[in-house]
Design a protein around this ligand. Structure first.
Ligand code: SF4
Length: 484
């Protein structure tokens, strides 16, 4: 349905801190509530030293240490192909490459409700998938791009990553590494098992009070895949095959990379939406926040943005705002936007999963979390400095997230005095048609109108009118966590 939109004033009221209701875990007895998992994760994060852990793992497996690999990286050309990097194991392993998932890691991740696939992949049920199955609202991607959260599968083909970001509470259980050095599972096996394990999780909601039967039936047919669960999906050697297999099944792909593998970005076939995480705008801050393994992380980061600017399909910068860490570098962010020319910029307040304000080794506390109002203010300041090229288009106040869009591409002026309208939503059938054609296409070829309720300034704050806000009496309030 098309809607005429009026550019409305941005948020005026002072919103409360973003909170959600406790999940009704008694309805799904076999699933651990997400906030309990994450408190457990945060506790483990506080008690671990990441770099030491990663080095220890390398040592045990016979790989060179971070320092040795860093030295090799400095000697190597600034940007080399992932597969060409010479970080050879110290020991020759007659039995072939190691499996990424060791038994202890498998046990730890299983305990956190990851459904593991083969030796390096996983799916996990997102809280927004559960929420939309019950008609209690979708995630920010529902508001910004029109995905159905109850038809979304959150997955990764690589649990390993080349960064140890301060706000990634999952990394204490996940491997880190610069290059793909593990045994490799085939993409068809990963896709098949991911869908099987995901739909098995959906099946657990059959007949659960509050679950809408029609939504349940739709949920059994995934239509979107968020390749952002954890780790660095683009490092998986067959990432193109995997995404194409999703598209063949009419499943859209939202792929997030940490901008450390520019050549892999260059070589990516079209995905529905390609993200890079922009966790800071300067070299020093990026090092402080992402704690990258690569010594040439900044050059890799900038080269990744250059490659992104050459992609024809939808591209997104994902900014995670942390107070007193990365919110004061507006001009530097503007420089990065000019460089990578993303179609969209998602700006989200950091999620803190700890239980007190005392902080942890990451330096994060509840005071690091910006209010939604502060995120909105940040986006306005950012847009002001882009000379009108970008404008705030949408918000999902519930998850403290704001969407900035390239106005020239995604705002269509009305004809004959009619009001214009944003087109941030995606025409998914059209995308699949274009992807299957093998012809060149661009982000403008599969955009769709944004409904009124999802446009910035609407009183709903990005909550769909056909969903019902849920409030459970006497429940404990916890910070918004989960999602991707
Ligand atoms: S938050 Fe991410 S994983 Fe969850 S439904 Fe939305 S897009 Fe999918």
């Amino acid at each position: 349905m098309r809607h005429q939109q009026q550019q409305q004033p941005l948020l005026k009221k002072k919103p409360a801190p973003i909170v959600i209701e406790e999940e009704e875990d008694e309805e799904v007895p076999r699933m651990v509530p997400y906030y309990e998992q994450q408190e457990e994760d945060a506790e483990a994060l506080r008690s671990k030293d990441w770099v030491t852990e990663a080095n220890k793992q390398d040592e045990e497996e016979g790989y060179s240490s971070d320092e040795e690999q860093g030295a090799a990286a400095e000697e190597a050309p600034a940007l080399v192909d992932l597969e060409d990097m010479v970080f050879a194991p110290k020991k020759v392993k007659e039995e072939g490459p190691k499996k990424m998932l060791t038994d202890p890691l498998r046990k730890a991740l299983t305990k956190q409700n990851y459904k593991l696939i083969g030796t390096h992949s996983a799916v996990k049920m997102c809280r927004w998938t559960k929420s939309m199955l019950r008609g209690r609202g979708g995630c920010y991607k529902h508001t910004f791009y029109g995905i159905n959260s109850h038809q979304c599968m959150e997955a990764t083909p690589s649990l390993a990553c080349a960064n140890k970001c301060v706000f990634c509470w999952r990394h204490h259980k996940n491997p880190v590494g610069r290059e793909w050095r593990w045994a490799t599972d085939p993409p068809d096996m990963i896709v098949t098992q991911a869908l099987e394990k995901h739909t098995n999780m959906i099946k657990e909601f059959k007949g659960v009070p509050g679950v809408i039967p029609a939504r349940f039936a739709e949920g059994m047919r995934p239509a979107h895949c968020a390749l952002s669960l954890v780790g660095e999906p683009i490092a998986y050697p067959y990432i193109n095959d995997l995404c194409n297999m999703l598209h063949q099944r009419q499943i859209s792909s939202f792929l997030v990379t940490n901008a450390q593998y520019p050549d892999k970005i260059r070589d990516m076939d079209p995905v529905t939406q390609l993200y890079v995480s922009i966790d800071a705008a300067t070299k020093d801050t990026l090092q402080e926040i992402d704690r990258p393994l690569f010594k040439d992380f900044w050059e890799r980061f900038l080269a990744s943005l250059d490659e992104l600017s050459r992609k024809g399909q939808r591209t997104v910068y994902r900014l995670t705002l942390v107070k007193k860490m990365n919110m004061d570098e507006i001009r530097d962010y503007v420089g990065l936007i000019a460089r990578g020319k993303p179609d969209f910029i998602e700006v989200k307040g950091v999620t803190y999963c700890g239980t007190s304000n005392s902080g942890d080794k990451s330096g994060l506390t509840m005071n690091s979390v910006p209010y939604h109002e502060e995120v909105v203010e940040f986006t306005q300041m950012l847009c002001e400095q882009t000379a009108g090229d970008y404008e705030v288009a949408s918000e999902h106040a519930h998850s403290c997230c704001v969407l900035i869009a390239n106005k020239k591409k995604f705002f269509k002026e009305g004809e004959d005095g009619a009001e214009g309208e944003w087109h941030t939503w995606i025409d998914y059938p059209k995308f699949h048609q274009l992807a299957a054609s093998g012809e060149h296409f661009t982000s403008k070829d599969y955009m769709a109108p944004t409904p009124d309720w999802a446009v910035m300034g609407h009183e709903s704050g990005g909550f769909a009118p056909y969903e019902t806000r849920h409030k459970r009496q006497g429940s404990k309030m916890v910070p918004v966590v989960g999602g991707c």
